[in-house]
Design a protein around this ligand. Structure first.
Ligand code: PMT
Length: 217
């Protein structure tokens, strides 16, 4: 039977964050936002009230979805913490683990006398781990983008961050990031399921169905 998420509040992060270096430069990653946007569309199609918090991207907002645009990991964390109640949280964003400690107020100049340049980075807060520690926690779904030892790293990440479900995503060599298709292995406390290469919209519908099943147990 089709998933009925009417009355459910779903919060999804999507895309990559940008961490400024100076007024014209930033540190970023290859996430396009497509996976998170596909999940937002799938959840909205099931009747959910969907808030999509996204880093800079070139995508259209799916119908019926409330979109909140942010740039940095700190802004994404702030936008998530402002949402008091949610039933499901899905972290599909590629959030920068670090930001530049002190953003230069003016464009940094090239100094020919210096052999190189060192940027000092400090850690960003972990958005999904913070959600998983809430007193009234939602069902928490995360992703793990890994270039090696995919299943081991994903299983460890699920537990370390307190997720109910993790979608293990092999990346590198042109896979997943900014692609129309993806392949995932979903891992939860007592089971797993492989979702072979398919359009992100198809995977999103399958992920929503699996979340719905796990939440009913
Ligand atoms: O956007 P696309 O081009 O469609 O590509 C999709 C994707 C590959 C980006 C996506 O499927 C994916 O794998 N997203 C997670 C990418 C990632 O960098 O994961 P991670 O291993 O760094 O983080 C693990 C989990 O913690 C993720 O759910 C992430 O959103 C979350 N996290 C990470 C750091 C942080 N500071 N806060 C977080 O919430």
């Amino acid at each position: 039977s089709p998933v009925d998420w009417r009355g459910k509040r779903v919060v999804i992060t999507a895309g990559g964050t940008r961490e400024p270096i100076d007024p014209v430069r930033f540190i970023a990653n290859r996430s396009s936002g497509r996976m998170g946007f596909a999940l937002a569309a799938a959840a909205a199609a099931c009747g959910a009230d969907v808030r999509l918090i996204c880093g800079p991207n070139a995508l259209d907002t799916p119908p019926g979805v409330t979109r909140i645009d942010v740039e940095t990991a700190l802004q994404m964390a702030e936008a998530v913490s402002a949402i008091e109640s949610m039933d499901v949280f899905i972290g599909a964003a590629a959030v920068a683990d670090y930001r530049v400690a002190e953003i230069a107020p003016q464009k940094m100049k090239k100094d020919p006398a210096q052999p190189g340049l060192t940027l000092h980075l400090v850690p960003n807060p972990d958005i999904i781990a913070t959600v998983a520690r809430r007193a009234n926690r939602p069902f928490v779904v995360g992703f793990a983008a890994e270039t090696e030892q995919l299943l081991r790293h994903a299983a460890e990440k699920r537990i370390a961050k307190g997720m109910d479900l993790i979608c293990a995503n092999e990346v590198g060599d042109g896979r997943a990031f900014d692609q129309p298709d993806n392949a995932l292995t979903l891992i939860w406390s007592d089971g797993s399921q492989q979702l072979p290469l398919a359009p992100k919209a198809t995977l999103a519908t399958e992920i929503v169905a699996i979340i719905d099943e796990l939440m009913r147990r």
